[in-house]
Design a protein around this ligand. Structure first.
Ligand code: SAM
Length: 452
C-alpha cells in the first residue's frame, strides 16, 4: 500500500505540468512513464521496427494502436510496483483499454494506488476533445511542422473511451485553471494539509473530510449513538471542566459536551469539517481550532477525547507516538484520555463489501447511495474505497481510505511509553470488559502524576 498519486488523461490534458508542480509541492518524486516506458517495453519483447511501421501517417493509426496496449498495461504494472509514494505521470494510452483482460490487469495494478486522478478540461466530452485537440494540433505544428489528423483521432478516442473514467478515483475538470491552480485543487481535494510548513509531515486527509458534499453526509451517516452517550457520561463522571476533542470533525459530540460552563475545544485538520461544525446550533459554545495534535497546546485539560476511531487515522507509529505525546502535554497531571479503536482480531473489514454495506441516504443533495469495498490488507493497515452515488446527477465520488489496526498490546505499550496509566479497557459501549473477540477496544487512560 502506498500514497502514490497517478495522473491519467488524454494528450495535452496538462498531466505533465501538473505532475511536476504536484511533486514539488508535496516533496514527492515525479516519475514520467513516457520516459521510462521503453525499458519496460523491452522486457516483454517490444519490436521497434514494427512500431515505426505502424506509426506511419497512413489512416488507421487508431486501429493499429492496439499493438501498444499490452506494453502500456505492462508499463503501468511495473511503474506502480517500482515507484511507490511517487507522483506517476502516465501517458495518454495508459488509461485506455479495449481489451477486457488488459483493462482488468491495469485496474488491479491501480487498486494499490491511493489516488488515480483523471484530468479533463470539462465534463462535456465533445468540448473536452476540442480543447485538448486544439492544444495537440498547435504542439504538433510547432514540433513536427505538420498536424497528423490520425493523432487527433486517437486523442479523441482517449477522451471518449470510458475506461479512464472507470480507473479514476477522482476526476478533475481543469477548465480555465492554470497548472498551478490545478495542482492546488488536487492538494485541497486530497486533503493534503496545505498549511503544513516545509519539512513538516503533511496530514493526509480522506476526501470524506475535505469535499463539502461528503462532509454534508457525515452526520447523516454517523448520527448520535451509544458511543456519544458513553463519552458524555464519562465527561460527567470525571467532572471534566476543560475538554479537548481531537479529530472533532463536524462537532456533533463536541457541541453536546459544551454545556454547564465547560470549556470545550474541537481540533481538526479538515477545514471543511470545521466549517460545517461552525455553522451548527450551539457552535459558539466551542472553540474550534484547525490543526492536528500539535495545535492542542498545554492548557492543563481534564479530558482529551478521540471519538469514532480517530486513533486509526494515525497510520505510522511515529505519528501515533507524537500524537500521544502532544495529548500528554495538553492534559493536567491526572487528566484523562479516552478513545476507541477497532479490534484487529475481530477482522471487521471482512464484512465490508458492496452487498453488506449498501446504504440509501436522504441528504440535502438528494438521495445518495453509499457502499464500501476493501482494496487490500497489509501491515496492519486496511485500505478501502467508499463509493458515494449522488442519484440526482449520477455522479459517483470515490474515496480511498486507509485505517491502521493496532492490537490491544500495541496500544497499551504506546500509552505506557507516552506516560499514561491505563485505567479501563472496555469491549463495547455498555462497559463490558474487553476480550479478544470484542469488536472494539475503548481505552480510558490517565496522565501519570497528580490527582484523578
Ligand atoms: C471518523 S471522523 C471522526 C469525527 C468525530 N470525532 C466524530 O466522532 O464524529 C475522523 C476525523 O479525524 C480527523 N483527522 C484526520 N487526520 C487527523 C489528524 N492527523 N489529527 C487529528 N484529526 C485528524 C478527520 O479530519 C476527521 O474529522
Amino acid at each position: 500500500m502506498c500514497d502514490t498519486i497517478a495522473l491519467i488523461g488524454p494528450m495535452c490534458a496538462g498531466k505533465s505540468s501538473t505532475a511536476r508542480l504536484l511533486a514539488t509541492r508535496l516533496g514527492m518524486a515525479h516519475v514520467e512513464l513516457d520516459r521510462l516506458r521503453w525499458d519496460y517495453y523491452q522486457e516483454i519483447g517490444y519490436d521497434e521496427q514494427m512500431a515505426t511501421l505502424l506509426r506511419s501517417s497512413e489512416p488507421g493509426l487508431l486501429e493499429r494502436s492496439n499493438y501498444w496496449k499490452p506494453f502500456e498495461a505492462y508499463a503501468v504494472e511495473r511503474a506502480v510496483q517500482d515507484f511507490p509514494g511517487c507522483v506517476l505521470d502516465f501517458g495518454a494510452g495508459n488509461g485506455v483499454y479495449e481489451d477486457a483482460a488488459l483493462f482488468a490487469r491495469v485496474q488491479q495494478a491501480l487498486a494499490t494506488v491511493a489516488h488515480v486522478i483523471l484530468l479533463l478540461p470539462t465534463p462535456d466530452l465533445a468540448e473536452a476533445t476540442a480543447v485538448v485537440n486544439t492544444r495537440l494540433a498547435q504542439l504538433l505544428q510547432e514540433v513536427a511542422g505538420t498536424v497528423n489528423p490520425e493523432a487527433l483521432r486517437l486523442n479523441a478516442h482517449f477522451v471518449n473511451h470510458p475506461s479512464s473514467r472507470q480507473l479514476a478515483t477522482q476526476i478533475i475538470y481543469t477548465g480555465e485553471q492554470t497548472p498551478e491552480q490545478v495542482c492546488e485543487t488536487i492538494v485541497q481535494n486530497l486533503g493534503l494539509n496545505a498549511s503544513a510548513k516545509p519539512g513538516e509531515p503533511l496530514t493526509q486527509l480522506d476526501r470524506h473530510y475535505t469535499d463539502p458534499r461528503l462532509v454534508d453526509l457525515y452526520d447523516i451517516e454517523n448520527p448520535h449513538g451509544p458511543d456519544f452517550d458513553f463519552f458524555l457520561q464519562l465527561a460527567d463522571e470525571l467532572h471534566a471542566q476543560q475538554i479537548l476533542d481531537l479529530g472533532c470533525g463536524t462537532g456533533l459530540l463536541t457541541r453536546q459536551l459544551a454545556v454547564d460552563g465547560r470549556k470545550v475545544t474541537g481540533v481538526d485538520p479538515a477545514a471543511a469539517m470545521l466549517a460545517y461544525a461552525r455553522r451548527q446550533p450551539g457552535a459558539e459554545q466551542v472553540t474550534w481550532v484547525e490543526g492536528n495534535s500539535s495545535a492542542l497546546g498545554t492548557p492543563n485539560a481534564d479530558l482529551v477525547l478521540m471519538t469514532s476511531n480517530v486513533a486509526q487515522v494515525f497510520l505510522d507509529d511515529e505519528q501515533w507516538a507524537t500524537t500521544l505525546g502532544h495529548i500528554h502535554a495538553a492534559l493536567r497531571p491526572g487528566g484523562h484520555l479516552a478513545f476507541e479503536s477497532r479490534n484487529p482480531a475481530d477482522r471487521g473489514w471482512e464484512q465490508w463489501n458492496p452487498a453488506t454495506t449498501l446504504t440509501q441516504l436522504e441528504t440535502p443533495h438528494g438521495p445518495v447511495e453509499t457502499w464500501l469495498e476493501v482494496v487490500g490488507v497489509e501491515n496492519a493497515r486496511v485500505q478501502f474505497r467508499g463509493y458515494n452515488l449522488f442519484k440526482k446527477t449520477g455522479e459517483v465520488l470515490v474515496v480511498t481510505s486507509t485505517l491502521r489496526y493496532r492490537s490491544y498490546a500495541e496500544i497499551s505499550n504506546s500509552l505506557s511509553k507516552a506516560g499514561f496509566i491505563i485505567e479501563q479497557v472496555y469491549g463495547n459501549w455498555q462497559r463490558e470488559p474487553f476480550n479478544n473477540s470484542s469488536r472494539m477496544m475503548v481505552f480510558i487512560a490517565r496522565r501519570s502524576g497528580g490527582s484523578t
